[in-house]
Design a protein around this ligand. Structure first.
Ligand code: ATP
Length: 345
């Protein structure tokens, strides 16, 4: 069982700037008072009562902590410590200061396929390690693939956000419909029993459509094509690799092995192949815009959630019980949406 320290986190760490925010709270830079070393603290709101619509169940956070403790790997963010107060759990994590991989790439003039493969290799090493321990991430997406630092010319990949991750036990059937529409596997949408094979990722979602509903339909129908503009400079080996990842059934051996050039011609082709940066930059800008848009939607949902509490002259007892939660989140609207929508085993 993971140990959650009851002490006040601020007695040990000085709290600094916000590094990012997720559905359930903020991530802040913190500096350890004793050593001066900086870390990232993930503040997670905990649901106070069963009726509460706010925050996470403590058991979900315990799961995230236990999984992080089980997967210590150079390409996976490290968990140092956990603190717990009445309303919050704080995870002290390795500070990953290189930003998102996609932002790093979008700033480059050009990216060779061989460089992309080096990143891919590290992502697959991290993932492969998790999978060898029967743990699936279930929320693999560009925002959760970060780089170790901004100074090194070849920073390391760090996978983050294990909030949806799950450890499979022998013979267990696990279903979950949580995830991010563009990157979700067909078996998640179909509410089928899941396995680690659901951890698939493509940078430029080939299924992306006008609406989330259309996107999900495309995934189910395996409706995608290699858009001529985006893939004109991509080698046929790389396309073949992507096709093998995008198989409909998790049992059909989605390929996680890296594609190695066999012939000289293939090796030369790879060296000449590169990523279409113009398209990538466009895609990344659209992705960022969508993230901001989703944040606004979340805030609007928060406002809607709060209206009945405020407006009603005679709130029902359950609602009253939840009111203190609402006050707690005054300054953190993003922490309202539930991460685990439906999951069962
Ligand atoms: P989500 O709502 O996507 O599930 P979450 O609440 O689980 O998010 P994370 O995704 O873990 O939170 O973190 C939110 C953001 O905080 C990340 O996108 C990233 O920008 C930043 N962040 C998280 N962990 C770290 C870290 N170890 N070092 C630096 N920044 C981090």
């Amino acid at each position: 069982m993971a140990v959650f320290k009851p002490e006040n986190v601020e007695d040990f760490y000085e709290i600094g700037d916000v590094l990012g925010s997720g559905h359930f709270g903020q991530v802040r830079r913190v500096c350890e008072r004793a050593s001066g070393t900086c870390w990232a603290a993930k503040f997670l709101k905990i649901r106070k009562s069963a009726c509460s619509r706010l925050g996470l169940e403590r058991s979900g956070v315990e799961q995230e902590v236990e999984i992080l403790q089980a997967i210590q790997h150079p390409n996976i963010v490290t968990l140092k410590d956990v603190f717990e107060s009445r309303a919050e759990v704080v995870l002290i994590l390795e500070l990953v200061s290189g930003g998102e991989l996609f932002d790093f790439i979008a700033e480059k003039e050009n990216l060779l396929e061989s460089e992309a493969i080096e990143f891919m290799k590290q992502i697959l090493e991290g993932l492969g390690f998790m999978h060898s321990k029967n743990i699936a991430h279930f929320d693999l997406k560009p925002e959760n693939i970060m780089l170790s630092d901004k100074v090194s010319p070849h920073p390391d990949i760090k996978l983050i956000d294990f909030g949806l991750a799950h450890r499979f036990h022998q013979g267990e059937e696990y279903r979950s419909t949580s995830g991010t529409p563009q990157y979700i596997a067909p078996e998640v949408i179909n509410n089928e029993a899941l396995s680690t094979a659901a951890d698939i990722l493509s940078g430029l979602s080939p299924f992306q459509d006008e609406t989330d509903e259309e996107t999900l339909k495309n995934i189910i129908a395996l409706n995608y094509e290699f858009d001529a503009q985006s893939f004109s400079m991509t080698s046929s080996m790389a396309k073949d690799f992507i096709q093998k990842l995008l198989l409909q059934s998790p049992r059909s051996n989605r390929c996680f092995c890296l594609f190695q050039p066999i012939t000289r011609k293939q090796a030369a082709n790879r060296n000449r192949s590169s990523i279409n940066m113009k398209n990538f930059k466009k895609f990344n800008a659209r992705r960022k815009w969508k993230m901001s848009f989703n944040m606004v939607l979340m805030c609007n949902r928060l406002v809607q959630l709060r209206l009945p509490c405020k407006g009603s002259s005679d709130p029902d007892p359950l609602q009253r019980q939840c009111e203190s939660d609402v006050e707690d989140t005054e300054s953190k609207p993003a922490s309202l949406l539930r991460r685990r929508l439906i999951s069962s085993s």
